[in-house]
Design a protein around this ligand. Structure first.
Ligand code: SF4
Ligand code: SF4
Length: 449
């Protein structure tokens, strides 16, 4: 794998791979009716109503939505608009816990995913409310079988053609080297993983499976056993340099694994015959199928130099961010910045009472030494460093000039929407130009028109 020439090299997070910190059961959870890109769910409970863990409290808002489940037992305290960590304001259902953690009744499920038809599997995935984890979180059901274009795929020249998915790629890489949920799950025994793989191969029709791992973190006995157990030799394991960033992003990963180019800016791995999911998602599919229960917990990486402790935290969806931070012992010093996501791509937070929702992959409290202040940034000196690191071959410096002068249409012509907001250009810019900030602002302006 000598193709990871663009991007930058970052240190791995200092997390151990075995440390799992369980956050205490929250006294109250707030569950926004939209925790992904797509349609919001519709509340089905009323204020004062008693709910059990796993109970549907809002039904799926159409084909591009997911149902919302109660993550603690108790009573519905309120249904009102609130802010999420993404800055969106959406209706949210707040449940006051009874401390009992009582689950509702769930029918016994068959563990044999190969006995269910693809449509039955999709139905179970839909009922569990699973979403894809990553840059663009969407309902998993819609991602597996896009409901608007079920059989067609985009090509690099913009045509739509019928194309079969032939390869299931399961990546144990995390979106950034500082994040660690996938690598944590790759090392811990995961009985539900084979079930998830069987289900996704059945739905997609993929004949091959490729596990992608960070070659600096091996061995991976669990994955190696699955490769050896495949007598038809349709499963393989590929190690790549996990500290190269953004090696895990879809266009870069798919190109390096298969040589196929995802048409940008609006293409998807399936457009080139690849179903790409991270390990955490595949295990969640297996767990939902074997238990019949929707996931109510989330595994996220909690890190940063302003925290007492760092690790993989398991917390109930809807827990306030402040309680997740308390679960690792709180702040060791006043943080310079708190972000949801990783240090490179995360979203800055100003109110830690907002809830942890499904699309979160990390929570970092960064110390002053871990951030670069961009105040008083300087003019572009045309050094070209940003061009050399951009993984999708843009000219970030030039783009930033058009964005800063509000010439958004020109920026769009130059590939603004191809930018995956990885932040590599920001990271290397000697003039400390806030490039990603300018790109996000420009995209937002264009989408508002
Ligand atoms: S222009 Fe976008 S994709 Fe390219 S390095 Fe900058 S943030 Fe990453
Ligand atoms: S790295 Fe910064 S200074 Fe250099 S060309 Fe890019 S935007 Fe300009």
């Amino acid at each position: 794998m000598g193709l990871f020439t663009r991007g930058i090299t970052l240190p791995r997070g200092e997390l151990t791979d075995t440390e799992l910190i369980e956050a205490p059961l929250p006294g109250k959870v707030t569950l926004p009716v939209k925790q992904h890109l797509g349609a919001p769910a519709t509340p089905t409970v009323s204020i004062g109503e008693a709910v059990t863990v796993g109970q549907v409290i809002a039904t799926s808002g159409g084909n591009s939505g997911i149902p919302i489940h109660a993550t603690i037992s108790g009573k519905v305290l309120s249904i009102e608009e609130g802010e999420t960590f993404t800055g969106a304001v959406v209706p949210a259902i707040t449940i006051e816990g009874d401390g009992e953690d009582t689950w509702g009744a769930f029918p016994e499920q068959s563990t044999a995913a190969d006995t269910l038809s693809p449509s039955e599997l999709l139905e179970r995935i839909d009922e569990a409310g699973l979403i894809t984890r990553g840059i663009i979180p969407t309902p998993l059901k819609g991602d597996l079988v896009p409901l608007d274009q079920p059989k067609t795929h985009l090509t690099t020249d913009g045509r739509r053609v019928v194309q079969r998915l032939d390869t299931l790629v399961i990546t144990a890489l995390d979106p950034e080297p500082a994040l660690a949920v996938n690598r944590f799950r790759a090392h811990a025994e995961q009985p539900a993983l084979p079930v998830g793989i069987t289900a996704l191969r059945s739905i997609t029709g993929a004949e091959k499976t490729i596990f992608v791992v960070d070659k600096g973190l091996g061995p991976f006995p669990q994955l190696e056993t699955l490769v050896r157990a495949d007598e038809e030799e349709t499963t393989k394991l590929v190690g790549i340099p996990g500290t190269r960033y953004p090696a895990a992003c879809a266009p870069v990963l798919v190109k390096n694994l298969t040589g196929r180019e995802i048409p940008l800016p609006y293409g998807h791995p399936r457009d080139v015959g690849v179903a790409l999911y991270d390990l955490d998602t595949v295990i969640s599919v297996g767990e939902a199928l074997t238990t019949g229960r929707p996931p109510v917990d989330l595994l996220i990486t909690v890190g940063g130099g302003a925290l007492e402790r760092r690790g993989i935290v398991k917390a109930r969806i809807g827990t306030p961010l402040s309680e997740v931070i308390e679960a690792v012992g709180g702040f060791s010093e006043p943080p310079a910045k708190v972000v949801v996501g990783g240090p490179m791509m995360g979203m800055a937070q100003y109110d830690l009472s907002v809830p942890l929702t499904r699309e979160a992959v990390g929570l970092f409290a960064l110390s002053h030494g871990e951030i670069t202040l961009t105040e008083g940034y300087r003019e572009c000196i045309n050094c070209g460093r940003c061009v050399r690191v951009c993984p999708v071959n843009l000219l970030p410096g030039v783009l930033s000039l058009y964005c800063a002068k509000d010439r958004f249409e020109r920026a769009e012509q130059l590939g603004l929407f191809t930018c995956i907001e990885c932040g590599c250009c920001d990271y290397v810019c000697p003039s400390r130009r806030p490039l990603v900030h300018l790109f996000r602002h420009a995209k937002h302006q264009l989408m508002e028109r």
